[in-house]
Design a protein around this ligand. Sequence first.
Ligand SMILES: Cc1ncc(COP(=O)(O)O)c(C=O)c1O
Length: 398
Amino acid sequence: MSFKESFAFNFVDEVELVKMIKFNPYYQKISSGANLYAEISGEKYLNLASNNYLALANDSRIIKAMKKALDKYGASMCGTPVACGNVDIYESSAEFVSNFLGLEDTIFYPSCYQANIAIINSLVKPSDVVFVDRFAHSSLIEGIRSTDCKIKPFKHNDVKYLEKLIKNSKTFENKFVVTESVFSTEGSIAPFDKIYDLCLKYDCVPIVDDSHGIGVIGKTGKGILEEKAIENYKGIYTASTGKALGISGGIVSGRNNIIEFLRYNSSSLIYSTALPPVLIAGTIKALEIIGNEGEKLVQKLAQNKKIIYEKLQKNGFNLTKSDASICSIITGSNERTFKVCKSLFDKKILTTPFIYPSVSKNKGVIRMIPRIDLEKVQMDYIVDSFNKIKQQNPELFA
Ligand SMILES: Cc1ncc(COP(=O)(O)O)c(C=O)c1O
């Protein structure tokens, strides 16, 4: 997707396609949790669509911690953090998250989508310039667009290109560099150590969204800063807790002064109901588990990815180059993407089809999360299913 193109999902042309193939891959009615098998219309589907990488959404330790918090705090504080939502658990948890990441301070937003828009909108002025990876998530793009600043997209993960752009941008008041850690449609990892070096060299503020990195990359699952051995990070860090951590919510961490500024100058924090304490309790338990077992969890996840990825590759399937724990088969057109997704669905496998504008036009992919609770039998079944679909419909993979 070029940066100028819409980031909003516009399901118009696809309606005909859905009618033709009699299958809509979106808004499937699921009547179970994000378990290994999702229940749809009374049948069980192998769930490779959920971002429940570490199966923590169903972990009994997390559920127990959340039940305890529910009993103590109830369902919601029914108020904004500034008014009456700043429960004790917020402060101790902010400290816990900051220590986990090796950063100074943290705030919780109702979601990372909201957090990304909020922080960019609060920090960036019309006289500033933002350099942004052209594959960045729509929440980051939406945040940047809300500011009237100068926007300079850089080629995906291209540090040389970014440096050239920065060098040619001397007249702006402040400079920001915005990127993700793991690009979730394809699984590439940003060279964030190099990007961070550039930020230090040219006095830019880095903003990294680690939504698909936290719990997944870094030797012990601490995310992009651990993965790239970045210490004393001076920029802004955001992440969703709704992926590998298995909960829901957004984290923003960084230096004390920036976080304190956001506490009083970020309207979507100040004017939105505080993230319920039950979700904070779940997040802390998830981080505790990753803190204790992260290395083992990351290794098993990476091993599952490697098995599926290499087997599919060996069988002639075209996958995106992926360094993270994501397997995406390149399907190209919307029609092929939906048809492959349907064929997998017919074999009781649930996947995520990405089409434009989530990816560039005709660069559709079928994404699978090689979740940690997959065993050999399921991984063999996935590869077997792809082989059978290709045998019956070679044109879908030509
Ligand atoms: C990179 C990235 N950032 C932000 C988000 C939004 O996170 P949340 O679900 O917490 O709003 C997502 C989720 O799709 C994401 O992939």
